[in-house]
Design a protein around this ligand. Structure first.
Ligand code: SAH
Length: 233
């Protein structure tokens, strides 16, 4: 019944105290954050909007969206991460409503409630990503935006996201990513269609290991972002 891998939640709980350390295992998320925030805001102009961040972790994206003027709710199932997120939002004076609830349960509790739903770097950690995509769509208001990002599944993604990041550059702890759970853009496209969402933009998010700089471009081979929209009523 439950769509959660407890080992995944444990992995993130153990690292929870490091969420806001920009030189920690979470460095890549801090580095890509301005890019994805800009991608989201360009499509959905989030100031004043009701935004839900699914799998929010320590709140890196959630806080940045709140700073941009959005009214943000963040959900995750790792309690320690949520605690860190809550403390950080108190310290920085950026109010965010953090809740420990499965996305499917929230969708049943308050369907069609958010102007924008974001679900970043989370689908590759759950047993049934289609169920998460469906719940995200159900939580969006008619005409609302739903954003996803995840890792593509091919030899290059395996080499860069697993071998490179976990074994060569030691950017991420070994075992952070399970290759079989990576999702091809065509597969995510199908999941979003099945959930009634319309694909708006697909963008690659590439890391250059030489310059150590991330950028948004057409190269969806490894990490990618998808902007989708629920048709207006
Ligand atoms: N979205 C954040 C964090 C990505 S890390 C960001 O991009 O900055 C992946 C997050 O997904 C972790 O916080 C982990 O606890 C969460 N997660 C994993 N499985 C989950 C599930 N079934 N339900 C909710 N959150 C989950």
């Amino acid at each position: 019944m439950s769509n959660v891998d407890e080992l995944e939640i444990d992995k993130f709980s153990q690292l929870a105290h490091k969420w806001w350390d920009k030189d920690s295992e979470f460095k890549p998320l801090h580095e890509i954050n301005p890019l994805r925030l800009d991608f989201i805001d360009r499509h959905a102009s989030i100031a004043g909007k009701k935004v839900l961040d699914v799998g929010c972790g320590g709140g890196i994206l959630a806080e940045s969206m709140a700073l941009q003027g959005a009214q943000v709710t963040g959900i995750d199932l790792a309690k320690k991460s949520l605690k860190v997120a809550q403390l950080h939002s108190l310290e920085s004076g950026v109010p965010i409503d953090y809740r420990c609830v499965p996305v499917e349960e929230l969708a049943a509790e308050m369907p069609a409630s958010f102007d924008v739903v974001t679900c970043m770097e989370m689908l590759e950690h759950v047993p049934d990503p289609q169920s998460v995509v469906r719940a995200c769509a159900a939580l969006a208001k008619p005409g609302g935006w739903v954003f996803f990002s995840t890792l593509n599944r091919n030899a290059k993604a395996y080499l860069l996201a697993v071998v490179g990041a976990e074994y060569v550059l030691n950017m991420l702890p070994r075992g952070t990513h399970e290759y079989a759970r990576f999702i091809k853009p065509s597969e995510l496209g199908r999941m979003t269609r099945h959930a009634g969402l319309e694909l708006h933009t697909l963008s690659g998010m590439a890391y250059n290991p030489l310059t150590r700089i991330y950028s948004l471009n057409d190269d969806t081979a490894v990490n990618y972002l998808m902007a989708t929209r629920l048709p207006a009523a």
